[in-house]
Write a new protein. Structure first.
Length: 414
């Protein structure tokens, strides 16, 4: 397993802060506009449209309700008791221990809190630090399922690697395993999995996870798995890929507190895996945020130790919100692809004149008073035609907000 050793890719990390190198990689990731200025994301554009028009914002995935009272109170207590300075570089020991306990409690995984876990500034930093640590150069490739969370392409480009994609198609959004096998090669450094999946809401079948493990072993690749929606799967418990035979030794598992505890603004995430790989990630992470969220870390430790009922109720409540949103979308004439997990429902707007989902979403705030995001925002430019009619709506809002959004969409369709 030569490629599994300390290949930090630090030279590329430091190159990425040099203006010329940054400009090249940022342009490759679509971060720069044609005139060289920073390109605004579709999320910023649509949120601005919501503010301008008074539309209900079902575009960005953040809740409009606070998380559990015990967790919020623990943060207030930590601030009052002086937890306001730099925490340890790996994270507050109690949170590291709580993450280890959580993985053992829910999944039977044994994780050493002292050497196999790092606390990060959300899952996004965990992902970026991981890719910067593992990528060696432009010959390395990162395989992802497409559509993909938009930061993946940016992080891969900034690390200097090549993004290779495997498409997911409606209605089930499961990958073709032959296509996956053809895409993973000896140039593959990382296979990056998001499960439950954003933006499609898919939960990957076990046969998919097993094939990822088989291919990673065959080609000596690292599996990086983004599991931020792990407690928001609707039809059974989540299966971390690290629990599959032969996976743990080459898997870095990323998660965060934001989605599970409705604390997205706290930006408390983590990554765990083999100690050698975690040390490589820490080597990069210390030059990104260094540390973060001192009073929020002990609060999330409290959250991870909540009883099982909290996690079950949270998943059931979100599933019901998806049902309400889905009923409204169907009444409005959308074809709805019901999610298996996560914050988002994908719907086909073609029957409503939304064959060009990007144009449809840009007109929706003024025409219907609702904001959504085109799925093409999560797809590489070469493949956008395959997803042109699909739109993503966030269900992580109050029930009354979803009901009002559904009523507005029904009136728009009528």
């Amino acid at each position: 397993m030569a490629k599994m050793s300390f290949r930090y890719g630090l030279s590329l990390f430091f190159m990425s802060v040099i203006p010329g190198a940054w400009r090249r990689t940022a342009a490759g990731a679509g971060l720069l506009a044609a005139d060289g200025t920073v390109a605004p994301t579709i999320f910023a554009e649509m949120s601005a449209a919501a503010a301008r028009t008074g539309a209900i914002n079902l575009g960005q995935g953040f809740p409009d309700e606070d998380g559990p009272a015990e967790v919020l109170e623990a943060a207030r207590s930590a601030i009052a008791n002086g937890a306001n300075q730099y925490p340890p570089g790996r994270g507050v020991p109690d949170l590291l221990e709580a993450i280890s306990e959580h993985q053992r409690r829910f999944y039977g995984l044994d994780v050493d809190p002292g050497t196999e876990v790092i606390v990060t500034a959300g899952a996004t930093e965990a992902l970026t630090a991981t890719l910067l640590a593992l990528i060696d150069g432009p010959d390395d490739e990162v395989v992802v399922f497409e559509p993909y969370y938009d930061s993946y392409a940016a992080a891969v480009a900034l690390a200097g690697a090549r993004l290779r994609t495997v498409p997911l198609h409606a209605p089930g959004f499961q990958p073709d395993l032959d296509r996956l096998a053809a895409t993973v090669t000896d140039r593959t450094r990382v296979i990056l999995i998001n499960d439950p999946h954003n933006p499609t809401g898919a939960v990957f079948e076990r046969r998919v996870l097993e094939e990822v493990v088989r291919l990673a072993a065959q080609h000596d690749a690292v599996i990086v798995t983004d599991e931020v929606y792990e407690h928001l799967a609707f039809h059974g418990p989540h299966t971390p890929i690290a629990t599959l035979p032969g996976a743990a030794e080459r898997t870095l598992t990323i998660s965060s507190a934001g989605k599970t505890f409705s604390t997205t603004g706290w930006k408390i995430g983590w990554v765990h895996g083999p100690a050698a790989l975690i040390t490589a990630v820490l080597t990069v992470k210390q030059y990104l945020t260094y540390v973060n969220g001192s009073p929020f870390q002990p609060a999330i430790a409290v959250g991870l130790r909540l009883d099982d009922a909290y996690f079950a109720v949270a998943a059931a409540a979100l599933s019901r919100k998806h049902e309400i949103l889905g009923e409204g979308l169907r009444s409005a004439g959308f074809t709805v692809h019901a999610p298996q997990g996560g914050y988002f429902t994908v719907a086909d707007a073609t029957a409503l004149g939304g064959a060009d989902a990007a144009a449809f979403c840009r007109s929706l705030p003024e025409r219907a008073g609702v904001v959504a995001i085109p799925l093409t925002a999560f797809v590489s430019e070469a493949h956008r035609g395959e997803y042109r009619g699909l739109v993503r709506f966030a269900a992580c809002k109050r029930v009354d907000v979803l009901e009002e959004a559904a009523a507005r969409l029904a009136s728009f369709a009528a």
